[in-house]
Write a protein of this length. Structure first.
Lengths: 254, 107
């Protein structure tokens, strides 16, 4: 019987050590029903392609006092291949990380001299989906930029931080309980590999920010503002988490 | 900007072949039962009818109702008889009308 405490201590130690081993990355795509997967696989059925087609028209549409379009500077949209996989990236002027949507809006303000689109604006999402689509299949590759490091660290802390009246952190669901169930719904790892997504629940295209705000109001926390530094920090951590996963933009999710 | 559509028509078909046609249109399909931000029901705005004509002849039509999700997707089949035009027409509330034409070559 004298051995029991040592044995117990060993079991407790082993149990504590186990969760530190990271589960392999798993896209939400793998846990969707076959029919939803088929919807994402087929570009002629994926409803997000309606926005992509819109984005194609916007890409070449001249606007603003200088009558400039996206293509006046960037040329064909195919040149944007590999761009979306490295966002959020550091913006030299703002001295903070910005996500792809903010970057498009900054382009719009700086080069087209037009007012920024509000968050979740249909035209902004269309361009985001179009640019994202060019990188489909490429591995997510956050930039190795030392200036981003403090922001990413804060994003990671926020990911681990318990929030809201429900007092849950992102990590508690999406790392510790990923693969389990919340009522009838499977808890995904929450890998941000296909944004903007067409979510069947929304019946529309939405950004990563919208999805994160959804989760935050779900745990009854005050959602982070769209385009805020904190949101960019959290997105930076999510990008680091999803590093190497193939980009799925524009993905379909239930 | 006109409503956005995704239409799939096989460009070439053999005579007598059964071909699949697919059509998606961007539309909110607002049911008329949902409350808006002010608590009042949002006015109904749905597509009422979809018709597909093959060289003028109706080959498929459907009545649509509020229970359908936004951006409705319809897939159906027809027999390729001769080369010509497929016409896809959606009509709905608030005078919504959209017609799209796609060529089909039958050999």
């Amino acid at each position: 019987m004298r051995r029991l405490p040592t044995l117990l201590a060993a079991v407790v130690l082993a149990a504590c050590a186990a969760p530190t081993a990271k589960a392999p990355q798993r896209s939400g795509f793998q846990d969707m029903s076959a029919s939803t997967q088929a919807l994402q696989r087929d570009d002629t059925a994926n409803p997000a392609m309606l926005w992509v087609e819109d984005g194609r028209q916007l890409w070449t549409r001249a606007a603003g006092p200088q009558s400039k379009s996206c293509s006046s500077c960037h040329g064909d949209v195919a040149t944007m291949k590999g761009v979306a996989v490295r966002y959020p990236a550091f913006d030299d002027t703002l001295r903070r990380p910005v996500n792809l949507g903010t970057r498009i809006n900054l382009c719009r303000q700086r080069h087209q001299q037009l007012p920024a689109w509000p968050a979740e604006h249909q035209e902004l999402l269309s361009l985001e989906a179009l640019v994202g689509l060019q990188s489909r299949g490429l591995p997510i590759a956050p930039p190795r930029d030392a200036r981003l490091e403090p922001f990413r660290t804060r994003g990671e802390a926020l990911f681990q931080q318990r929030i809201g009246q429900v007092d849950l952190s992102c990590a508690q669901c999406h790392e510790q309980r990923a693969g389990g169930r919340l009522a009838g719904t499977l808890i995904p790892q929450g890998q941000a590999s296909g944004y903007p997504i067409y979510r069947l629940e929304w019946q529309a295209l939405g950004s990563l920010g919208r999805r994160i705000r959804n989760c935050m109001s779900g745990v009854r926390a005050e959602p982070l503002a769209h385009g805020s530094v904190e949101m960019a920090e959290l997105e930076l951590h999510l990008a680091a988490r999803a590093m190497g996963m193939p980009m799925e933009t524009p993905a379909v999710r239930p | 900007m006109a409503a956005r559509v995704l239409i799939v028509v096989p460009p070439n078909a053999r005579r007598g072949e059964v071909v699949e046609l697919r059509a998606t249109i961007a539309h909110p399909m607002e049911t008329g039962y949902r409350p808006g931000a002010d608590g009042r029901p949002l006015p109904r705005d749905i597509l009422r009818r979809f018709t597909c004509r093959y060289n003028g002849e109706v080959v498929f039509s459907a009545e649509l109702h509020p229970a359908l999700s936004a951006n409705p997707y319809l897939a159906f089949h027809t027999v390729a008889t001769e080369s010509g035009t497929l016409e896809f027409e959606w009509t709905g509330d608030n005078g919504f009308a959209q017609v799209e034409r796609r060529p089909i070559t039958v050999s």
